[in-house]
Design a protein around this ligand. Sequence first.
Ligand SMILES: Nc1ncnc2c1ncn2[C@@H]1O[C@H](COP(=O)(O)OP(=O)(O)O)[C@@H](O)[C@H]1O
Ligand SMILES: [Mg+2]
Length: 313
Amino acid sequence: MNSEAVIETRSLSKVYRDFWGRKKVRALNSLNLEVKQGEIFGLLGPNGSGKTTTIKLLLGLLFPTEGTVEILGQPATDVSKNQRIGYLPEESYLYRFLNADETLDFYGRLFNMSKADRRKRTDELLDMVKLQHARKRQLREYSKGMTRRIGLAQALINNPDLVLLDEPTSGLDPLGTRDMKDMILNLRDQGKTVLMCSHVLSDVQDVCDRVAILDGGELKVLGRVDELLKNQGITQIRASTLSEDAIAEVKAVIAKHNNDTIDVDHPVTTLEDLFLKTVRDSADRPGQRYVPPGEDKAAPAESLPASEEAAES
Ligand SMILES: Nc1ncnc2c1ncn2[C@@H]1O[C@H](COP(=O)(O)OP(=O)(O)O)[C@@H](O)[C@H]1O
Ligand SMILES: [Mg+2]
């Protein structure tokens, strides 16, 4: 195995069998993948494309039909490697009647951490996932977003070198999604290797260094995100607002060098950008509301305090 590689699969295949042992679904077909130390690797693909199956094979929760997995220099079947791996499953499996403190303490015990270490680590993690205010509430009262965040904290309890995240942003609103992405980027800054899978393109585009696209259990595309997204045929020039005359001059210069049509317009913000900006601005200036054009002289409407739940996406 390449010394830089943290995960390496060779011709990895999985065929699920039915109750009588007959072959039913070929979920993964001859996957060759290498994830390098310190990168955020995205496994993309539509529902049913084999992402969860791949993660479970990496963890040794499933046995491959063919092929091999080497992870942190050991075969996937070696359970001792799990000491250095964190895993956020697609569906939460945490005990609903424990609160956040008890949950993290419980998993800390499984890793034989001392009481002092467990307390320190729990504090750090609850800070990181912004659940300090809800640490004494039972998980059954948590919203989907809070559940995802405590799941991430749990996955990090053992300070793992490699983190496997199965649909980390599923069910989160745009603000919760951005928080989750920032936490994932932060893991890379701490020197950890992250493999995440998702069917949400924008999540992967924003955080991953490299991606693999799976479809029907087969690897379709693999590469650096910036290179995959670069539109080779177009050169984009950006400037702050130009006068009509200046635009005409620029067009004339470009026309001198090639005779294709060119577009001049303003950069587009995505809906996600707009939503995030709106929510953040409203936190900075509570009470400020949408003002229809032409009515900007009207008296500001009375504002109501935002509910606590609104912050708990
Ligand atoms: N336990 C199972 N038994 C039979 N088929 C399964 C099982 N788990 C997954 N599959 C099938 O394997 C394929 C890949 O599933 P999965 O890895 O969960 O995809 P993804 O995570 O990309 O949505 C799907 O066709 C799915 O129906
Ligand atoms: Mg899945």
